[in-house]
Ligand binder design. Structure first.
Ligand code: UGA
Length: 447
């Protein structure tokens, strides 16, 4: 396999066996295939195009101002493939794209081909990898979707995936807790369906999270516990336990942008997807709900020292794109807080964006003399901190947990004032204040 990218530094790192992002097991997998030269890297895109019979397009499709997916990188790569290909190719969309992009891709390839004898076939093969478990998801997928328009393309792609489907891929890594027990499903669909499957899947996950978050708000008002509620709901196989975890809402580079792109696609197609618009609105409000908890607990934020554990948009990644931490830090600074932060992987990225915050090299330094501690990412290591020590270090032992990572009863037994999302609030006065309080306004006036 030959890989290319327009970032020469990335290619240089990969050639040297270094993965430029934090992703568990990826470097091991890279190096086990790099040395026998099964996997090579080049900055010469033409060389990569000419080397393959099947070409996967994996470029970014970031959101435009209006929420639609920006397809200019797909268009650029399509023209490049068309002009560089010396023979017929199967061109496969791996990037997340709106329905009907495959048809446009085929048009561009045909228009820009340098020789009328060259045939391009096009297929869609959406990826369902999650950051943090990408290697495991790739080697043991729940499903492989092949959106194809002809038998030759289907056969070529079946061949590409044969080692994974037959469980013959020799994995150099021991993947604990992997999904290998169930065989992967192979689905052959049309290209349009394959494209829709990706957006529909991510949007459904987003809906589930927003639904759980609304239940959490309700639990908080009536004194119920969201963890008990979603655990019971999830035991119904028709609902399932995953993506019911309430908290700061969905971030990252996939769910927020895919929900937006799906809404815009529906609008363009004359379908008003209000349901998704509401899920997006609920998600945007999660940060306000969290900031309101901080304001209620701290009263005045100006001059307070706030410690933050976790900056990445979720655990096991260094990715901060659309991470709740970005907006929370911005608001805290605007309201005059002193902010300290720690994350085992994402710290350098935040430090570059917010030079005014103090990034610490270990979690205990974050809480020293702090008036509040916020948990913004569900890193497992935070659960196992020495919480007695944390208590002793803080000016005021107040923990506001944006991920429901910790157990409220245990935290309160250890002497903390603790607030999560949708967990029973011990302090009845605060609960009443939270339900009846006028909305905060940055100008100081009550809304
Ligand atoms: C998501 C999808 O889960 C993948 O299947 C898909 O391939 C990928 O997008 C993509 O389109 O490339 P990912 O962005 O890595 O994967 O992250 P998720 O694990 O889906 O989490 C997204 C956000 O939802 C995170 O901020 C996470 O904290 C939040 N989340 C997740 C919740 O708030 N509650 C939950 O119960 C689950």
């Amino acid at each position: 396999m030959v890989c290319t990218d327009n970032d020469p530094q990335r290619i240089a790192a990969l050639k040297a066996g270094v993965v430029p992002i934090f992703e568990a097991h990826l470097e091991t997998l890279l190096n086990s295939n790099r040395r026998p030269r099964k996997l090579t890297f080049t900055s010469n895109a033409g060389e990569a195009v000419r080397a393959g019979d099947v070409i996967f397009i994996c470029v970014g499709t970031p959101p435009l101002e209006n929420g639609e997916a920006d397809l200019s990188a797909i268009d650029n790569v399509a023209r490049l493939i068309a002009s560089e290909a010396g023979g017929s190719k199967l061109v496969v969309e791996k990037s997340t794209v709106p329905a009907k992009t495959g048809q446009q891709l085929k048009r561009v390839l045909d228009i820009y081909r340098r020789d009328g004898g060259i045939q391009f076939r096009v297929a869609s093969n959406p990826e369902f990898l999650r950051e943090g478990t990408a290697v495991q998801d790739f080697l043991h997928p729940d499903r492989i979707v092949l959106g194809v328009e002809d038998d030759t393309s289907e056969q070529q792609l079946r061949e590409v995936y044969r080692p994974i489907l037959e469980g013959r891929f020799r994995c150099p890594i021991h993947l604990g807790n992997c999904r290998a027990k169930q065989p992967s499903e192979l689905l052959i669909t049309t290209m349009n369906s394959a494209e829709i499957i990706k957006h529909a899947s991510n949007s459904f996950l987003a809906l589930k999270i927003s639904y759980a978050n609304m239940i959490a708000d309700l639990c908080e008002k009536v004194g119920a516990d969201i963890q008990e509620v979603t655990r019971a709901m999830g035991l119904d196989p028709r609902i399932g336990p995953q993506f019911l975890h309430a908290g700061l809402g969905f971030g990252g580079f996939c769910l927020p942008k895919d929900v937006q792109a799906f809404i815009r696609l529906a609008e363009r197609s004359g379908v008003d997807f209000n349901l998704l618009k509401e899920a997006e609105r609920i998600n945007k409000r999660r940060i306000d709900v969290f900031l309101e908890k901080i304001r209620r607990a701290l009263w005045v934020i100006n001059g307070k020292c706030v410690g933050i554990l976790g900056l990445a948009f979720k655990a096991n990644t260094d990715d901060i794109r659309f991470a709740p931490s970005l907006e929370i830090i911005r608001s805290l600074l605007a309201e005059g807080a002193r902010v300290r932060a720690y994350d085992q992987e994402a710290m350098d990225k935040i430090a570059a964006l917010y030079p005014q915050i103090e990034c610490t090299r270990e979690p205990y330094d974050v809480v020293r003399d702090a008036d509040a501690l916020l948990i913004l990412t569900e890193w497992e290591a935070f659960r196992h901190l020495d919480w007695e020590r944390v208590h002793g270090l803080m000016s005021r032992p107040l923990v506001i947990d944006g991920r429901n990572l910790l157990d409220p009863t245990t935290m309160r037994e250890k002497g903390f004032e603790y607030y999560g999302f949708g967990r029973p609030i011990e302090n009845m006065d605060l609960r009443l204040t939270l339900s009846n309080a006028p909305k905060f306004s940055p100008t100081g006036a009550s809304a």
